[in-house]
Design a protein around this ligand. Structure first.
Ligand SMILES: Cc1cc2nc3c(=O)[nH]c(=O)nc-3n(C[C@H](O)[C@H](O)[C@H](O)COP(=O)(O)O)c2cc1C
Length: 318
Protein backbone atom coordinates (compact mmCIF):
# COMPACT_ATOMS: atom_id res chain seq x y z
CA UNK A 1 0.00 0.00 0.00
CA UNK A 2 1.45 3.34 -1.10
CA UNK A 3 1.23 6.43 1.14
CA UNK A 4 1.82 9.87 -0.39
CA UNK A 5 1.85 11.67 2.95
CA UNK A 6 4.86 13.83 3.68
CA UNK A 7 5.77 16.47 6.23
CA UNK A 8 7.59 19.75 6.01
CA UNK A 9 8.48 21.88 9.05
CA UNK A 10 5.82 20.12 11.10
CA UNK A 11 3.11 20.66 8.45
CA UNK A 12 1.58 17.35 7.41
CA UNK A 13 0.78 17.18 3.67
CA UNK A 14 -1.51 14.55 2.15
CA UNK A 15 0.77 14.46 -0.90
CA UNK A 16 4.04 16.18 -1.89
CA UNK A 17 2.69 18.25 -4.81
CA UNK A 18 2.02 21.90 -4.00
CA UNK A 19 0.87 24.83 -6.11
CA UNK A 20 3.73 27.35 -6.41
CA UNK A 21 3.27 31.09 -6.18
CA UNK A 22 1.63 32.55 -9.32
CA UNK A 23 -1.58 34.20 -10.54
CA UNK A 24 -3.55 30.99 -9.90
CA UNK A 25 -3.33 31.90 -6.21
CA UNK A 26 -4.42 35.52 -6.39
CA UNK A 27 -7.92 35.53 -4.87
CA UNK A 28 -9.67 33.50 -2.17
CA UNK A 29 -11.90 31.91 -4.84
CA UNK A 30 -8.82 30.81 -6.80
CA UNK A 31 -7.29 29.36 -3.63
CA UNK A 32 -10.47 27.35 -2.99
CA UNK A 33 -10.42 26.11 -6.59
CA UNK A 34 -6.77 25.06 -6.21
CA UNK A 35 -7.44 23.26 -2.91
CA UNK A 36 -10.29 21.33 -4.57
CA UNK A 37 -7.83 19.87 -7.09
CA UNK A 38 -6.25 17.93 -4.20
CA UNK A 39 -2.87 19.67 -3.87
CA UNK A 40 -0.80 18.79 -0.79
CA UNK A 41 -0.41 22.53 -0.11
CA UNK A 42 -0.90 25.81 -1.93
CA UNK A 43 0.84 29.19 -2.01
CA UNK A 44 -0.55 32.65 -2.74
CA UNK A 45 0.75 35.01 -5.41
CA UNK A 46 3.59 37.07 -3.87
CA UNK A 47 2.11 40.07 -2.10
CA UNK A 48 3.48 43.51 -1.30
CA UNK A 49 2.41 46.21 1.19
CA UNK A 50 0.43 48.15 -1.43
CA UNK A 51 -1.45 46.66 -4.42
CA UNK A 52 0.46 46.62 -7.72
CA UNK A 53 -0.82 46.45 -11.30
CA UNK A 54 2.30 44.93 -12.80
CA UNK A 55 3.61 45.49 -16.33
CA UNK A 56 1.69 45.95 -19.55
CA UNK A 57 1.39 42.82 -21.76
CA UNK A 58 3.04 40.78 -23.15
CA UNK A 59 4.02 39.44 -19.70
CA UNK A 60 3.99 35.70 -20.44
CA UNK A 61 5.52 33.87 -23.39
CA UNK A 62 5.16 30.09 -23.86
CA UNK A 63 7.52 28.22 -26.15
CA UNK A 64 8.32 24.50 -26.25
CA UNK A 65 9.80 23.41 -22.96
CA UNK A 66 9.76 26.78 -21.19
CA UNK A 67 7.69 29.76 -20.19
CA UNK A 68 9.14 33.25 -19.84
CA UNK A 69 7.38 35.71 -17.60
CA UNK A 70 7.84 39.24 -16.35
CA UNK A 71 4.56 40.26 -14.77
CA UNK A 72 6.00 42.97 -12.51
CA UNK A 73 4.56 41.23 -9.43
CA UNK A 74 0.93 42.33 -9.78
CA UNK A 75 -0.95 41.63 -6.55
CA UNK A 76 -3.82 42.76 -4.35
CA UNK A 77 -1.64 44.13 -1.55
CA UNK A 78 -1.58 42.89 2.05
CA UNK A 79 -4.90 44.41 3.19
CA UNK A 80 -7.05 42.82 0.48
CA UNK A 81 -5.05 39.59 0.74
CA UNK A 82 -6.17 39.31 4.37
CA UNK A 83 -9.79 39.19 3.11
CA UNK A 84 -8.85 36.60 0.48
CA UNK A 85 -7.26 34.36 3.14
CA UNK A 86 -10.40 34.71 5.23
CA UNK A 87 -12.56 33.76 2.22
CA UNK A 88 -10.39 30.69 1.63
CA UNK A 89 -10.67 29.55 5.24
CA UNK A 90 -14.45 30.01 5.29
CA UNK A 91 -15.21 28.44 1.90
CA UNK A 92 -12.69 25.64 1.43
CA UNK A 93 -14.42 23.40 3.99
CA UNK A 94 -13.19 19.80 3.95
CA UNK A 95 -11.09 20.55 0.86
CA UNK A 96 -8.87 22.95 2.81
CA UNK A 97 -5.14 22.22 2.49
CA UNK A 98 -2.18 24.00 4.15
CA UNK A 99 -1.76 27.53 2.79
CA UNK A 100 1.43 29.55 2.46
CA UNK A 101 1.50 33.31 1.94
CA UNK A 102 4.24 34.47 -0.39
CA UNK A 103 5.72 37.82 0.60
CA UNK A 104 7.96 40.24 -1.23
CA UNK A 105 9.18 43.65 -0.20
CA UNK A 106 11.40 46.28 -1.72
CA UNK A 107 13.05 46.81 1.69
CA UNK A 108 13.65 44.83 4.87
CA UNK A 109 10.99 46.98 6.57
CA UNK A 110 8.37 46.06 3.95
CA UNK A 111 8.97 42.35 4.55
CA UNK A 112 8.50 43.00 8.26
CA UNK A 113 5.35 45.09 7.79
CA UNK A 114 3.60 42.39 5.76
CA UNK A 115 4.58 39.59 8.13
CA UNK A 116 3.40 41.51 11.15
CA UNK A 117 0.14 42.50 9.46
CA UNK A 118 -0.80 38.96 8.44
CA UNK A 119 0.74 36.90 11.23
CA UNK A 120 -2.46 36.41 13.23
CA UNK A 121 -4.38 35.10 10.19
CA UNK A 122 -5.11 31.42 9.74
CA UNK A 123 -2.53 29.95 7.36
CA UNK A 124 0.38 27.58 7.77
CA UNK A 125 3.56 29.32 6.58
CA UNK A 126 5.19 32.39 5.10
CA UNK A 127 7.27 32.01 1.96
CA UNK A 128 9.71 34.86 1.42
CA UNK A 129 10.25 35.59 -2.25
CA UNK A 130 13.89 36.71 -2.15
CA UNK A 131 14.17 36.58 -5.89
CA UNK A 132 13.03 40.17 -6.25
CA UNK A 133 15.37 42.99 -7.29
CA UNK A 134 17.29 44.95 -4.70
CA UNK A 135 18.80 48.29 -5.53
CA UNK A 136 21.34 49.89 -3.25
CA UNK A 137 23.24 52.85 -4.67
CA UNK A 138 25.86 52.60 -1.90
CA UNK A 139 26.92 49.25 -3.31
CA UNK A 140 28.73 48.73 -6.58
CA UNK A 141 26.11 46.31 -7.87
CA UNK A 142 23.34 48.85 -8.29
CA UNK A 143 20.68 46.27 -9.06
CA UNK A 144 20.71 42.62 -8.06
CA UNK A 145 18.37 40.10 -6.49
CA UNK A 146 18.06 39.98 -2.69
CA UNK A 147 18.71 36.24 -2.77
CA UNK A 148 22.03 36.76 -4.54
CA UNK A 149 23.48 38.33 -1.41
CA UNK A 150 23.94 36.11 1.68
CA UNK A 151 24.07 39.09 4.06
CA UNK A 152 20.93 40.71 2.73
CA UNK A 153 19.18 37.33 2.74
CA UNK A 154 20.08 36.92 6.42
CA UNK A 155 18.96 40.46 7.21
CA UNK A 156 15.50 39.92 5.71
CA UNK A 157 15.04 36.51 7.36
CA UNK A 158 16.17 37.79 10.79
CA UNK A 159 13.79 40.73 10.55
CA UNK A 160 10.85 38.49 9.61
CA UNK A 161 11.76 35.89 12.25
CA UNK A 162 11.19 38.55 14.92
CA UNK A 163 7.63 39.10 13.64
CA UNK A 164 6.31 35.55 13.36
CA UNK A 165 6.43 32.11 14.91
CA UNK A 166 4.95 30.52 11.77
CA UNK A 167 7.36 28.44 9.68
CA UNK A 168 9.38 30.60 7.26
CA UNK A 169 10.07 29.15 3.81
CA UNK A 170 12.77 31.09 1.93
CA UNK A 171 12.50 30.93 -1.86
CA UNK A 172 15.82 31.38 -3.62
CA UNK A 173 16.94 32.26 -7.11
CA UNK A 174 18.98 29.72 -9.12
CA UNK A 175 21.00 32.62 -10.51
CA UNK A 176 23.93 32.38 -8.07
CA UNK A 177 27.35 30.76 -8.09
CA UNK A 178 26.70 28.55 -5.07
CA UNK A 179 23.16 28.43 -3.77
CA UNK A 180 24.04 26.34 -0.71
CA UNK A 181 25.85 29.31 0.89
CA UNK A 182 22.80 31.52 0.45
CA UNK A 183 20.60 28.74 1.86
CA UNK A 184 22.92 28.33 4.84
CA UNK A 185 22.77 32.05 5.51
CA UNK A 186 18.95 31.93 5.45
CA UNK A 187 18.80 28.95 7.81
CA UNK A 188 21.28 30.47 10.26
CA UNK A 189 19.10 33.60 10.30
CA UNK A 190 16.02 31.56 11.25
CA UNK A 191 14.50 30.07 8.06
CA UNK A 192 12.76 26.70 8.55
CA UNK A 193 12.54 25.56 4.92
CA UNK A 194 14.33 26.40 1.67
CA UNK A 195 12.24 26.51 -1.52
CA UNK A 196 14.48 26.01 -4.55
CA UNK A 197 14.03 27.64 -6.92
CA UNK A 198 12.34 30.65 -8.46
CA UNK A 199 12.65 31.31 -12.21
CA UNK A 200 15.99 31.71 -14.01
CA UNK A 201 16.68 35.20 -15.43
CA UNK A 202 16.29 34.90 -19.23
CA UNK A 203 14.99 36.49 -22.41
CA UNK A 204 13.82 35.58 -25.90
CA UNK A 205 13.55 37.54 -29.15
CA UNK A 206 11.08 37.28 -32.05
CA UNK A 207 12.31 36.35 -35.52
CA UNK A 208 8.90 36.33 -37.22
CA UNK A 209 8.19 38.75 -40.01
CA UNK A 210 7.03 42.09 -38.65
CA UNK A 211 8.20 41.34 -35.10
CA UNK A 212 11.80 40.42 -35.85
CA UNK A 213 14.29 41.71 -33.30
CA UNK A 214 11.60 42.56 -30.74
CA UNK A 215 11.92 41.02 -27.25
CA UNK A 216 8.99 38.68 -26.50
CA UNK A 217 8.24 40.40 -23.16
CA UNK A 218 7.31 44.04 -22.58
CA UNK A 219 9.90 44.13 -19.79
CA UNK A 220 12.52 42.86 -22.29
CA UNK A 221 13.92 40.29 -19.83
CA UNK A 222 12.11 37.99 -17.40
CA UNK A 223 12.29 34.63 -15.67
CA UNK A 224 12.31 31.18 -17.24
CA UNK A 225 10.22 28.34 -15.82
CA UNK A 226 9.00 24.96 -17.05
CA UNK A 227 10.83 21.81 -18.07
CA UNK A 228 14.00 23.66 -19.18
CA UNK A 229 14.43 24.80 -15.57
CA UNK A 230 14.36 21.28 -14.11
CA UNK A 231 18.06 20.30 -14.38
CA UNK A 232 19.11 23.71 -13.01
CA UNK A 233 16.82 23.67 -9.97
CA UNK A 234 17.46 19.97 -9.39
CA UNK A 235 21.17 20.74 -9.00
CA UNK A 236 20.31 23.55 -6.58
CA UNK A 237 18.25 21.19 -4.40
CA UNK A 238 21.01 18.58 -4.55
CA UNK A 239 23.69 21.12 -3.53
CA UNK A 240 21.62 22.54 -0.68
CA UNK A 241 20.89 19.06 0.69
CA UNK A 242 24.62 18.24 0.60
CA UNK A 243 25.34 21.22 2.86
CA UNK A 244 22.20 21.37 5.02
CA UNK A 245 21.31 17.76 5.68
CA UNK A 246 18.61 18.51 8.25
CA UNK A 247 16.80 21.43 6.58
CA UNK A 248 13.54 20.48 4.84
CA UNK A 249 13.52 21.45 1.16
CA UNK A 250 10.81 22.20 -1.40
CA UNK A 251 11.91 21.52 -4.99
CA UNK A 252 10.54 23.86 -7.67
CA UNK A 253 11.18 24.01 -11.41
CA UNK A 254 9.78 22.00 -14.28
CA UNK A 255 7.71 19.48 -12.33
CA UNK A 256 5.41 18.13 -15.03
CA UNK A 257 5.18 14.37 -14.39
CA UNK A 258 5.46 11.81 -11.62
CA UNK A 259 9.01 11.12 -12.76
CA UNK A 260 10.13 14.75 -12.50
CA UNK A 261 8.61 14.95 -9.01
CA UNK A 262 10.51 11.81 -7.95
CA UNK A 263 13.79 13.39 -9.15
CA UNK A 264 13.34 16.23 -6.65
CA UNK A 265 12.67 13.73 -3.85
CA UNK A 266 15.84 11.84 -4.78
CA UNK A 267 17.81 15.12 -4.77
CA UNK A 268 16.63 15.80 -1.20
CA UNK A 269 13.30 17.64 -1.31
CA UNK A 270 10.42 16.48 0.91
CA UNK A 271 7.83 18.20 -1.29
CA UNK A 272 7.63 20.14 -4.56
CA UNK A 273 5.74 23.05 -6.01
CA UNK A 274 4.69 23.38 -9.65
CA UNK A 275 3.34 26.26 -11.72
CA UNK A 276 4.11 26.12 -15.46
CA UNK A 277 2.53 22.70 -16.01
CA UNK A 278 -0.82 24.22 -14.96
CA UNK A 279 -0.42 27.03 -17.52
CA UNK A 280 0.11 24.41 -20.22
CA UNK A 281 -2.47 22.31 -22.09
CA UNK A 282 -4.77 20.49 -19.71
CA UNK A 283 -4.39 23.10 -16.92
CA UNK A 284 -5.32 21.60 -13.57
CA UNK A 285 -6.08 18.18 -15.09
CA UNK A 286 -2.30 17.73 -15.02
CA UNK A 287 -2.49 17.57 -11.22
CA UNK A 288 -4.21 14.15 -11.05
CA UNK A 289 -2.02 12.82 -13.87
CA UNK A 290 1.17 13.69 -11.94
CA UNK A 291 -0.21 12.13 -8.75
CA UNK A 292 -1.26 8.96 -10.62
CA UNK A 293 2.19 8.70 -12.23
CA UNK A 294 3.84 9.17 -8.84
CA UNK A 295 1.75 6.35 -7.31
CA UNK A 296 2.48 4.06 -10.24
CA UNK A 297 6.22 4.76 -9.98
CA UNK A 298 6.15 3.95 -6.26
CA UNK A 299 4.21 0.72 -6.79
CA UNK A 300 6.47 -0.45 -9.62
CA UNK A 301 9.62 0.31 -7.63
CA UNK A 302 8.43 -0.96 -4.24
CA UNK A 303 8.37 2.35 -2.40
CA UNK A 304 5.68 2.55 0.27
CA UNK A 305 6.39 6.05 1.58
CA UNK A 306 7.68 9.35 0.24
CA UNK A 307 10.31 9.39 3.01
CA UNK A 308 12.03 6.33 1.53
CA UNK A 309 12.83 8.34 -1.61
CA UNK A 310 13.95 11.63 -0.03
CA UNK A 311 17.71 12.08 -0.48
CA UNK A 312 18.27 8.72 -2.21
CA UNK A 313 20.83 10.21 -4.62
CA UNK A 314 23.01 11.29 -1.70
CA UNK A 315 23.04 7.73 -0.34
CA UNK A 316 23.84 6.27 -3.76
CA UNK A 317 27.01 8.30 -4.21
CA UNK A 318 28.49 7.75 -0.74
C1 LIG B 1 3.38 33.43 -14.66
C2 LIG B 1 4.22 33.18 -13.45
C3 LIG B 1 4.11 33.99 -12.32
C4 LIG B 1 4.89 33.76 -11.20
N1 LIG B 1 4.75 34.56 -10.08
C5 LIG B 1 5.51 34.31 -8.97
C6 LIG B 1 5.37 35.08 -7.79
O1 LIG B 1 4.54 35.99 -7.69
N2 LIG B 1 6.18 34.80 -6.75
C7 LIG B 1 7.09 33.78 -6.76
O2 LIG B 1 7.79 33.55 -5.76
N3 LIG B 1 7.24 33.02 -7.87
C8 LIG B 1 6.48 33.26 -8.96
N4 LIG B 1 6.62 32.49 -10.08
C9 LIG B 1 7.64 31.42 -10.07
C10 LIG B 1 7.00 30.07 -9.72
O3 LIG B 1 6.42 30.07 -8.43
C11 LIG B 1 8.05 28.94 -9.81
O4 LIG B 1 9.09 29.20 -8.89
C12 LIG B 1 8.68 28.84 -11.20
O5 LIG B 1 7.69 29.06 -12.19
C13 LIG B 1 9.30 27.48 -11.45
O6 LIG B 1 8.36 26.43 -11.36
P1 LIG B 1 7.67 25.78 -12.67
O7 LIG B 1 8.78 25.39 -13.58
O8 LIG B 1 6.86 24.65 -12.14
O9 LIG B 1 6.81 26.84 -13.26
C14 LIG B 1 5.83 32.71 -11.21
C15 LIG B 1 5.93 31.88 -12.35
C16 LIG B 1 5.14 32.10 -13.46
C17 LIG B 1 5.28 31.20 -14.67
Amino acid sequence: MVSLETEIAGIVLKNPLGLGSCRLGYTGAQLVLAARQGFGFITTKSISVEPRNGYIPPCIYRKGSYILNAEGLPNLGMKQTRNEIDFYNKKAGNDRVPLGVSVFGSSVEEFQTITEYLDSEEFEFFELNLSCPHSDPTKKEACYLVGQDPELTAEVVKAVRKRTSKPIFVKLTPSVLNISYIAQSAVEAGADVISATNTMPAMDIHTENGLEGKPVLSNITGGMSGQSLLPISLKCVYNIREKLTRTPLVGIGGVCSGESLVKYLFAGASAVQAVSVFYNDGGYSNFQRIIDELKLYMMKNDYETIGEMVGLTHKKIR
